[in-house]
Structure formats: structure tokens, C-alpha cells
Design a protein around this ligand. Structure first.
Ligand SMILES: Nc1ncnc2c1ncn2[C@@H]1O[C@H](COP(=O)(O)OP(=O)(O)OP(=O)(O)O)[C@@H](O)[C@H]1O
Length: 459
């Protein structure tokens, strides 16, 4: 995928200064950003700290030669195109290198114009597709395909394209639409999928803590820094850093983050040395960053850095075709989890689920189905099994007076409390009363913070 706001970058590696200078002049004049390294090790350092779209490397170099550099690139940056420059005598080595994954080789002395054209053509190709390479792992299976409407298929098409590249992505959408899920999908479908996917909830982390969470600290740098601590950015090295609720970070954090995105180096709080970190950044927010910029709350330069590509996930009410697919998906998932027979969803229930506006989006739908499965009778989901906050449907009004259309969560919690009271706090028996698995009741007790121990003690 082409990064339209930044020129593409080429790393030129050769121990001959003249070759470096000639290529620098040629490629820069075509609008490319050129980085130069006089050996393989230096090249690896640059690859760690800079976005590079293509590497042109000599074959024979002291210390680390071209094929050794290629092997490292295939390991750490699968998909990155490499062209070799080679003297006639080393052509067999270059051919071997192409067989093991380089895109091509060019003999020295090279025709500068032809080489530039070759580089441009490879860069153009890799905007759409990374060149085939045996070392590149197969993409992860499309596990979401059973839950997407045509509108989401389009978004998933973009996700696939974006996943192959390394560009920063900004994911926008209301709370609960699936932003984190899409970020994870980008990670899973890209070359970094075997490496860490680190989620940072910027909204839920107090401002004072976020800096040390992200950047880490050295022992003694502040009162509670009792030992060295690695930050989450460092943890995401070679993988993906997902910054959720990016709209909520303080002005100081915006500046630190911007600096990191620009030089890809972190310094722990209280630390002296910087450390290069190579991680992909995906940020998400449900806030209107345009408005936040206008109000002076969010830095425009950081915004531009984060949104090299922007993906917007529509709210569930605008893609109702997804609802039946998601309902089926969640019903199967929760029935399996709660070890119950798959429940039936009559047409009336599905119609009702499709009519509702789902202000909490997919998360609300998911929770509703989970609760509905616990509460339903005769293995059939009916509208009255969904006691959603603020909804009064005919079916809900017909429900028994003591149910009183409580919020789904309250209602589910009360059901579990009642079952625990009935069984003297014994979870296994309460699970039997409710017809759910022990694992399911254990999970729900934890989810609602129910103190089963004190119920037991009272009996
Ligand atoms: N297409 C989908 N298929 C299955 N589950 C989904 C899908 N989209 C979202 N979900 C589920 O919905 C819930 C909410 O998704 P997610 O956390 O990704 O939303 P979000 O937009 O990041 O929310 P927030 O803004 O609150 O951080 C998660 O449990 C997720 O697994």
C-alpha cells in the first residue's frame, strides 16, 4: 500500500562510497528518500529505525555480506524487496540470492537509468502487492467472513491491503463497533503476525501512569519506580502497538508519542540511552479528532502521522445486514462456551433484533445474546429474553411484572445472585439450577464481581 503523504524510501548498501553517492543522486532526483549504509550491520540498524520500501545492496561486503543481510531481512521484514548489485564475478552468488528471496540482481557497472526504472517499477508493484516470497508466511484465515455484510466486506478488502504494508493506521468508529478487532485483524493478516500485538487503553490509563506504561522507567526515576520496567512500546518491538482511545491522551503524551513516531527511538523515564524500536502503530478513537484539533486539544501533526491510512467502521444500525450474521455467530459461540444445545431464534426474535438501533453496537449485541442464552427457556430465544436498557418493545412489555424490564446486565446478575442464594453460595449447584456450565457461572461471577464466598458464609 502506498503511503501517499510521504515519499517512498530506498536503502542503498555498498562498501564503495562512490556507488552510494551515485545512487543517492539518481534516486533522490526521482523523488525517493535515500538512506545509505556502508555495510550489512549498519543497514540492519537503519531498517530498525526507519520505514524502508526497498533495499539495493552489494553482494560482496566485509563483515556482513549481501546474502547474510538478505537472510536477516527475510526474517525480520518479510516482504521487503531487495535488489542486488553485483560484479560479474559474483553473478552466481547473486543468482543464488534471487532464488532465496531477492527480487532481482543488476550487474556492475550498472546503467543508472535502467536501475532507477527497475526500482520504480518494483515500488509501484509493491504498492498493490508485495512480491511473492517463499519466506513470507501465508495470510491468516479469514475467520470473520461469516459475520460480515457487503459494507464490511469492502472494509475487509482495505484491511487486507493495509495489512501487507507497515503504514500507521487510524481506525475510527463509535464505541463497540469493532475497532480493536479490526486492528488485530490488520496485525494477524500482515507479516508481523507471529510477533506481539500490544494493546494500550489510553482512555482508561490515568495520564500520570501512561508515560511509564508506554515508555517504561529505570529504577529510582520516581518514588514508586522500585525496579527497571520495560514499557509497552518496547514490548511491541517487531510487532504492532495498538493505541486505543488515542483522543484521550494529554498534550505532553502527544508530544512524546509524536517524537517516538518520528525517530522510532524510545528512552525510558529516567534513562539516558535511547533504544530503537520497530513497531507498527495502529491507533483508534471514537472521538471527532477534527473537532479536537480545532479546539486545540489534539495536535494536528500527530493526527497526520497517525492517519496515513484511515479506516472507518460504520455503526451497526447502518449495516443491519450484519445483524443476522452476527447473531448466528454469537449464538453458536456462546452455546458452545456455555456447553448448551444451540438455541433457536424464531423469525420474530430476529426481526426484533434487526429493528433495534444498538447504540452500543456489536458489543451490546454480543452481550445481549450472551445474556439471552442464559435466560431463555425451552431452548428458544424470545424478545423478552433481552432486557435491554431503555427498550420497551411489545414483547418486553408483555413480560412478567417482576422482571420489570431491568437492564440486561442487572437482570443477569440478579438471576445469578438468586441462584447462588438458593444453593447456599455453591457455584456448581447454581450452575445446575441455571442450566449453564461451571465455567460459564465462574466467568459470570467474576464479570459481575459477585462475592460468592460471602453468600456461602451467610448460609
Ligand atoms: N465482526 C465481528 N464479529 C464478531 N465479533 C465482533 C465483531 N465486531 C466486533 N465484535 C466483538 O464486539 C466487541 C467489541 O469490539 P471491539 O472491542 O473491537 O470494539 P471497539 O470499537 O474497539 O470498542 P471501544 O471503542 O469501546 O474500544 C468485542 O467483543 C468484539 O469481539
Amino acid at each position: 500500500m502506498k503511503n501517499t503523504s510521504q515519499p517512498q524510501s530506498v536503502l542503498v548498501v555498498d562498501d564503495d562510497r562512490n556507488v552510494l553517492e551515485v545512487l543517492d543522486a539518481r534516486l533522490s532526483s526521482c523523488g525517493l528518500t535515500v538512506h545509505k549504509a556502508d555495510g550489512g550491520r549498519k543497514a540492519l540498524g537503519i531498517l530498525k529505525t526507519h520505514r524502508i520500501d526497498l533495499v539495493v545492496s552489494d553482494v560482496k561486503m566485509p563483515e556482513m555480506d549481501g546474502p547474510a543481510l538478505l537472510a536477516e531481512i527475510i526474517r525480520t521484514k518479510p516482504g521487503l524487496p531487495v535488489i542486488f548489485l553485483t560484479a560479474y564475478a559474483n553473478v552466481p552468488d547473486a543468482v543464488k540470492a534471487v532464488k532465496s528471496g531477492a527480487v532481482d540482481y543488476v550487474e556492475k557497472p550498472f546503467d543508472g537509468k535502467a536501475l532507477t526504472e527497475k526500482i520504480q517499477s518494483i515500488l509501484r508493484d509493491s504498492e498493490d502487492e508485495q512480491p511473492g516470497r517463499t519466506a513470507e508466511p501465508e495470510p491468516a484465515p479469514d475467520s470473520d467472513d461469516d459475520t460480515i455484510s457487503p459494507a464490511m466486506k469492502n472494509l475487509h478488502g482495505l484491511v487486507k491491503k493495509v495489512a501487507r504494508s507497515n503504514v500507521n493506521v487510524l481506525v475510527l468508529g463509535e464505541s463497540g463497533v469493532g475497532k480493536e478487532r479490526i486492528a488485530n485483524r490488520i496485525h494477524q493478516m500482515g507479516p508481523r503476525r507471529k510477533n506481539p500485538f500490544v494493546v494500550v487503553d489510553c482512555g482508561a490509563t490515568p495520564a500520570g501512569l501512561l508515560e511509564s506504561e508506554l515508555f517504561g522507567h529505570v529504577k529510582g526515576s520516581f518514588t514508586h519506580a522500585v525496579s527497571d520496567k520495560k514499557g509497552l512500546i518496547e514490548t511491541a518491538d517487531t510487532g504492532t502497538l495498538f493505541l486505543d482511545e488515542i483522543g484521550n491522551i494529554s498534550h505532553e503524551m502527544q508530544i512524546r508519542l509524536l517524537r517516538f513516531i518520528e525517530d522510532r527511538t524510545i528512552r525510558r523515564i529516567g534513562g539516558l540511552k535511547g533504544k530503537p524500536v520497530d513497531c507498527r502503530i495502529i491507533a483508534a478513537t471514537n472521538a471527532d479528532l477534527g473537532e479536537a484539533i480545532k479546539a486545540g486539544q489534539f495536535r494536528e501533526d500527530l493526527f497526520f502521522r497517525l492517519r496515513v491510512v484511515t479506516l472507518t467502521i460504520p455503526p451497526l444500525r447502518d449495516r443491519k445486514a450484519d445483524i443476522p450474521l452476527l447473531v448466528d455467530h454469537f449464538v453458536r459461540q456462546f452455546c458452545r462456551q456455555q456447553q448448551v444445545e444451540t438455541v433457536r431464534i424464531p423469525e420474530e426474535t430476529m426481526g426484533w433484533l434487526c429493528d433495534y438501533s444498538w447504540p452500543g453496537n456489536v458489543r451490546e449485541l454480543k452481550n445481549a445474546i450472551e445474556g439471552g442464552i442464559v435466560l431463555c427457556r425451552n431452548n428458544t430465544l424470545r424478545p423478552e429474553d433481552f432486557h435491554l436498557t431503555g427498550i420497551t418493545t411489545d414483547a418486553c412489555e408483555q413480560s412478567t411484572a417482576d422482571d420489570n424490564c431491568l437492564s440486561l446486565e442487572e437482570s443477569e446478575k440478579n438471576t445469578i445472585l438468586r441462584a447462588l442464594e438458593q444453593t447456599g453460595g455453591i457455584q456448581k449447584e447454581a450452575a445446575e439450577v441455571l442450566g449453564i456450565s461451571r465455567r460459564a457461572i465462574h466467568y459470570k461471577i467474576k464479570k459481575y464481581g459477585i462475592d460468592a464466598g460471602s453468600i456461602k458464609a451467610r448460609h
